[in-house]
Design a protein. Structure first.
Length: 131
């Protein structure tokens, strides 16, 4: 059985996805809120997302080998993540995925999981919902 990691091109495919994701984060206006909670340099963020995605997609567990269990929500509590940050992050992910992954079957499996994960990261209320 082929893993999603293998289906999207292994290390090269995951690197291309993550590199495109962070290029988009730096340029898409709709990603401004997500970009604002990142450091000035996205180099470390890109490396960590590559390491995480590698293992999450069924490839080498680089992130857990280096940092231990992901505990993503706990690791991101320092950053305010509300609807605007999630929407911007997902805009970058959707576009990067569409541009770098051509396998529709893998996309139908992975993209909804990523969307759920992004929504799970929310730690701020929706300011529009506040009375």
């Amino acid at each position: 059985m082929t893993t999603p990691y293998e289906a999207i091109g292994g290390e090269a495919g995951v690197r291309a996805l993550v590199a495109r994701f962070y290029q988009l984060m730096d340029t898409l206006p709709e990603a401004a809120a997500a970009r604002a909670i990142h450091p000035d340099s996205l180099e470390a963020s890109e490396r960590k997302l590559f390491e995480y995605m590698s293992g999450w997609l069924g490839g080498p567990p680089l992130f857990t080998a280096k940092y231990g269990p992901p505990m993503l929500r706990a690791r991101h509590l320092r950053a305010p993540i509300g609807p605007a940050e999630i929407d911007g992050w997902l805009a970058c992910f959707h576009r990067a995925w569409a541009e770098t992954v051509q396998d529709a079957e893998i996309s139908s499996l992975i993209v909804p999981q990523i969307e759920r994960l992004a929504l799970h990261m929310r730690n701020q209320a929706d300011p529009a919902a506040a009375g």
